[in-house]
Write a new protein. Structure first.
Length: 290
């Protein structure tokens, strides 16, 4: 692990934990880092909590109005507006394509304050969603916002968010609707379109019919490549949270060093902890741990 990290031309933070054994690998896991689009995972978790509380619904209607689309990742900016979507549509696009326009629609629906309050409530002091994507801030920003951009977190804290989604650990005592909410979120994360980082060397079989054994959310900027995932390993579920920043390689090719570094770290950990590979059948709410 040290060799992989020191050979990278940039900075790396890693937090990995196997949930059934308690095995941990941690390198600079508490260092605040640029999230890029990984911060959208916190929005998904907030939406899950509000759906659970009856304050939001998967099928509620959200309208993309003319002039609201922004550039960057996603497809909504290419479609004609006005366009009616469901909240589930919006969150799905935010997760699987990291759609920036969909993310802004989610922010309009829930607000970044609700997300940040939720992160603070679960004890995550260094996770913060700052503002809309590719839009100027409409309120005063914290002094560190220019350094981090869209959001900040640590490798350990974002692993906590992903683990909560995987374990179906929503606020308060378990309720009958929890499993369905968490299954919907896991389906989104398993359908991640960008697969050049954590899944790159791990998912060697076609998962299009049975579903992926990896549920993840990526984030990329010119000098940033991140991925946070749950991997349904045969030996037990593993949460991987890997961030690279200040990368010398700023290319947007499949050979990008940051993406390759994340992929090699993920492969090294999973092969060590689960030499028999992955099992997508374990990818269900609770991860078989309840």
């Amino acid at each position: 692990m040290r060799a992989l990290i020191t050979s990278h031309h940039g900075k790396v933070a890693v937090y990995a934990r196997q949930l059934n054994t308690g095995k941990v690998i941690a390198v600079d896991e508490n260092e605040p880092v640029q999230t890029a689009s990984v911060i959208k995972l916190s929005m998904l978790y907030e939406a899950m909590e509000q759906i659970r509380d009856g304050k939001a619904h998967w099928d509620e209607k959200i309208v993309l109005k003319p002039g609201e689309a922004v550039s960057g990742s996603g497809v909504l900016g290419l479609l004609d507006a006005p366009k009616e979507l469901t909240l589930k549509d919006v969150l799905t696009l935010m997760v699987i394509l990291s759609d920036n326009t969909a993310t802004n629609l989610a922010i309009d629906r829930f607000g970044v304050k609700a997300v940040n309050d939720r992160m603070a409530a679960v004890g995550l002091k260094d996770t913060h969603f700052y503002k809309k994507v590719m839009k100027p801030a409409t309120e005063p920003m914290p002094a560190d916002q220019p350094k981090f951009g869209l959001g900040k977190t640590t490798a350990r804290e974002m692993a906590v968010v992903m683990e909560k989604i995987g374990r179906c650990d929503l606020g308060g005592p378990a309720q009958p609707q929890d499993e369905a909410i968490c299954q919907t979120a896991l389906t989104m994360l398993r359908s991640q379109f960008y697969r050049n980082t954590i899944p790159r060397y791990l998912e060697t079989l076609d998962s299009s019919e049975a579903g992926s054994a990896i549920a993840s959310k990526t984030g990329s900027l010119n000098a940033v490549r991140n991925d946070v995932a749950i991997v349904a390993a045969k030996s037990g579920p593993i949460v991987l949270s890997i961030f690279t920043w200040q990368n010398e390689d700023k290319s947007w090719t499949t050979d990008n060093e940051g993406e390759s570094t994340v992929a090699h770290i993920a492969r090294a950990i999973v092969k060590e902890w689960s030499p028999d590979g992955l099992d997508g059948r374990q990818m269900k709410p609770g991860l078989g741990l309840k």
